[in-house]
Design a protein. Structure first.
Length: 304
């Protein structure tokens, strides 16, 4: 194929096999690409040789092709940098990382490399959306501890055998590969603390306290987790979503009432500024929490 046609053809090929993708290569650097793919039941196994270059699933690509599949990149030769959800995993031979076609990702290939890409429906991993968000772009390494040290070499052997086996054995091998992927995903999620997700959620909620219509569903949607998983995170902290938001709003209102520059603001204005739509309800809640009305609190702070 003429060099001038290769990038477009390679981009089209990758998009046909996986999901809509964009490809970039440096014009002055020679490169080649080779891709084979086979579907074994719910699991697709592809072998990619490509590089140097970049593969991007941008927000535009996601909009053009709303695929929801999960991909697992098993690096065979060379290296790859896989970025998603603000994280970057460096993949070396023998390591694996998951990425989610529902959201943008980037793969940087510094030089020619070879990898197996296993693509599956997201339901196959049996993880909640919050767990999937924590899983992507984190390297699973056979040199580490736990199940990965044992299962990654087994997975590679099963996948190698599956692409060579006859039709009667392929289905069984594909099911085994899918079970191993699910086990690796569960172990990886289990190792990652929820503290990072908790900090991200509470920080964003703190910035949105002034929104009177803020609901648990809004918060869950913003962080791409299920509503049930959001409630579970707050239960683990010994509270509920609504109680946590209400407490933060009351704290913000108390601080605003004590601020000298806000002495001219009405109680209703302060309440609205902190996300309370009903001044009477705000005053009752404030009194129940702090043992005095908003007016009494402000007066006490001004005298102090």
């Amino acid at each position: 194929m003429p060099p001038g046609d290769r990038v477009a053809a390679w981009e089209h090929t990758l998009s046909q096999v996986f999901a809509h993708l964009e490809v970039a290569v440096e014009g002055s650097r020679p490169w080649e690409g080779e891709l084979t793919a086979e579907r074994l039941g719910a699991l697709q196994i592809a072998t990619e040789e490509f590089g140097p270059g970049k593969v991007l699933r941008s927000a535009r690509s996601v909009a053009a092709d709303p695929s929801t599949h999960i991909l697992a990149r098993l690096q065979l030769e060379g290296t790859a940098l896989l970025s998603q959800e603000g994280r970057t995993a460096e993949l070396r031979p023998g390591s694996l990382a998951f990425h989610d076609a529902r959201y943008p990702f980037r793969i940087v290939l510094p030089r020619r490399q070879r990898a197996r890409i296993l693509m599956m429906p997201r339901a196959l991993l049996r993880l909640e959306e919050g767990q999937l968000a924590a899983l992507t772009a984190t390297a699973v390494d056979a040199a580490g501890e736990g199940a990965a040290a044992l299962l990654l070499p087994v997975l590679r052997g099963i996948v190698d055998e599956a692409v060579r086996a006859d039709a009667t054995r392929r289905g069984e091998l594909a099911r085994l590969a899918a079970e191993i992927l699910g086990t690796l995903a569960l172990e990886q999620v289990g190792r990652k603390p929820t503290s990072a997700l908790w900090e991200r959620i509470t920080s964003s909620v703190q910035d949105r306290l002034q929104e009177p219509g803020l609901t648990p569903q809004d918060i869950a949607d913003q962080h791409r987790i299920s509503l049930r998983y959001l409630h579970r995170l707050f239960q683990m902290q010994g509270t509920t979503v609504n109680a946590w938001v209400r407490t933060r709003r009351l704290e913000a209102a108390r601080a605003e009432l004590a601020r000298a520059g806000a002495a001219h603001r009405s109680i209703a204005a302060v309440a609205a500024r902190c996300g309370f739509t009903n001044p009477s309800h705000f005053s009752r809640t404030f009194r129940d929490t702090y043992g005095m009305s908003p007016v009494q609190w402000r007066s006490a702070q001004q005298r102090a």
